[in-house]
Design a protein around this ligand. Structure first.
Ligand code: FMN
Length: 168
């Protein structure tokens, strides 16, 4: 899914991440808390998500707007524990979004953490974990003939979801 975040000053950023879970609380994804997106969310928790299914019949889009909060540590621990060991090592080795002088520098950090955790389980770094996106607005979009697309927008108002149609 596309994840858009904004700096406190208003500059907007977008990137793709893996939508990991969807439940009654909201949607989750996992990342480095000290990445650019992590810094943006710390300053401004407002967030927008966008998913596109071109191959559905009809093709569909879902847009979600809301705020992001860090998942409880035990939930991030649980998911981290299911990841393959080299991905776990990568979470330690990668200073996500910081300047990388060359690929050898990343390899050196990978080797450093392989040595550090040799013969034991790799714990989750504190700066790696999940965000829960709590939706305040969800819009479903379905492609229609002649671009007479269908749009259904839902807003959470005082804890109750209210739906309405939008002109395409
Ligand atoms: C298909 C795809 C899936 C990705 N999944 C994730 C993910 O789940 N978590 C993540 O942190 N970055 C993921 N990325 C990398 C992000 O797009 C991005 O490069 C990275 O998170 C750094 O973003 P930032 O500098 O804005 O914080 C993925 C990229 C692609 C293309």
């Amino acid at each position: 899914m596309t994840v858009a975040t904004a700096e406190a000053g208003g500059r907007v950023h977008a990137r793709i991440v893996l939508l990991k879970t969807l439940d009654e609380r909201g949607l989750t994804f996992f990342t480095h808390y000290e990445s650019d997106k992590g810094a943006q969310l710390a300053a401004n928790p407002l967030i927008a998500l966008c998913l596109h299914w071109k191959w559905l019949d009809p093709p569909a889009q879902v847009r979600i707007e809301g705020h992001a909060e860090k998942l409880p540590a035990r939930e991030s621990d649980a998911y981290f524990a299911t990841r393959e060991r080299l991905s776990q090592i990568g979470a330690w080795a990668s200073l996500q979004s910081r300047t990388l002088p060359d690929r050898a520098a990343l390899q050196a950090r990978v080797r450093e953490f392989e040595r550090k955790f040799e013969g034991r389980e790799v714990p989750r770094p504190d700066e790696w974990g999940g965000y829960l996106v709590v939706p305040e607005m969800v819009e479903f979009w379905y492609a229609g003939a002649h671009r007479w697309n269908e749009r259904e927008r839902w807003d959470r108002v005082d804890g109750t979801w209210r739906g309405r149609m939008l002109y395409p």
